[in-house]
Design a protein around this ligand. Sequence first.
Ligand code: FAD
Length: 414
Amino acid sequence: LCQHSTTGPIETTLCDYETIESVNGELYSTLNELVQMPFFKYFQVDLYRECPFWQENGFCMNRECGITTVDESEIPEKWRAAALSKIELPPLEERVRLPGCYYRDSDFCFLDDMTEGEYVDLTLVPERYTGYSGPSAHRVWKSIYEENCFGLSELNLLTSHSPAQVTLPDTLTDVLREPINGETADGECLEKRVYYKIISGLHASISTHICLEYLNQTTGEMGPNLECFVTRVASHPERLQYIYFNTVLLLRAVSRIGPYLRDYDYCSMSMPMHYDHLLAEDIQEEATTLTTLSKVIDIAEHVGKFDERVLFRGENANILKEEFKMHFRNVSRIMDCVGCDKCRLWGKVQTTGLATALKILFEMDETALDPRKNHNLLQRSEVVALINTLHRFSESLQAVEIFRDMWKKTGESD
Ligand code: FAD
């Protein structure tokens, strides 16, 4: 039986969450190694596209908002967009079509890769407090919630919440079904609730990073700010649940795509077929990347329990899925309206990562997932975003532990 903790505003999570918590230490340290590796640390992104929805003037002048891009010559040629566009696709008849859709119609987001954009070394721009806030940030969040087909946004956004206690559901499938703010849990609204949980969980995870590395105005140093975490996340227990929800969703996607990821080419050299031309250190680097990634996939296979089959069923399934996809694509476009480069960068990484997970869960059948049949299933930027997004969420769960300890200490000193 699941129980709700009574140890204060930072919930102790039980049942299926407990499984995630028990592996998160290992998951996080493995992911931490992985995202420092060249294949996973360079992300190509077009940061300077116009906001398609409104005139955005809210640019953040704070030093913390800016980022430095990497000169393209530092990126292995094989990973560059120009080189990628030269890749010869197999003949049309040999390509596997994803069920029910044309290639790229299956995407849940607009991808920057293969178009324009610069490279960023993600390890040099940690997601943390930047000072970006006020009407510009609120407008972006509000628009993202309003993408929710059933207008659930007004239920939770920009309204004051009184700290509430919720009963933790028995299984993650129950979390999936559990209503938001008392809405009736009929099957029809499931997809909308899932959309809300994904967005609210992303929002809560970003807030957790902000609070973990918050600017102390007195010392000028960055450090964890308990009050920030309690106000923004812990006093709304469902937000914490949605961080777990996103983590499980991502793990399930990694587990499903596991065989494909194990078969992926992580080598940075242009001539992978002629091994004598490769430097020993490149071969070593590729081997280490694969071993580390395999550990992540092993964990994902063990705990990535999410039953995607309960979604997009019934007579309107395809319409709902297309609607869901369209809304999620719009979220990736709303990211162009974020008035702070660093926030926009991480917003794009994470919406791409979540969109990739959704594509893996809802657009790909076993044939499509077969690496021998569908070699070009994911673009490099999708693989990079998926793993970095999982790293973000896993880091948020680690941060929850830090805040729990801080909370306990405040109790001891009272
Ligand atoms: P906000 O976080 O702006 O939230 C607005 C309102 O939404 C709240 O009043 C509340 O009612 C509701 N709300 C809050 N959290 C949730 C939730 N989890 N679920 C449902 N409703 C919720 N700032 C940084 O310092 N560093 C960053 O890296 C960064 N990245 C960002 C990325 C994006 C895509 C966006 C849109 C903003 C980012 N920001 C970042 C800004 C940051 O998210 C906040 O908007 C800012 O710190 C102001 O916070 P706030 O307390 O006013 O509430």
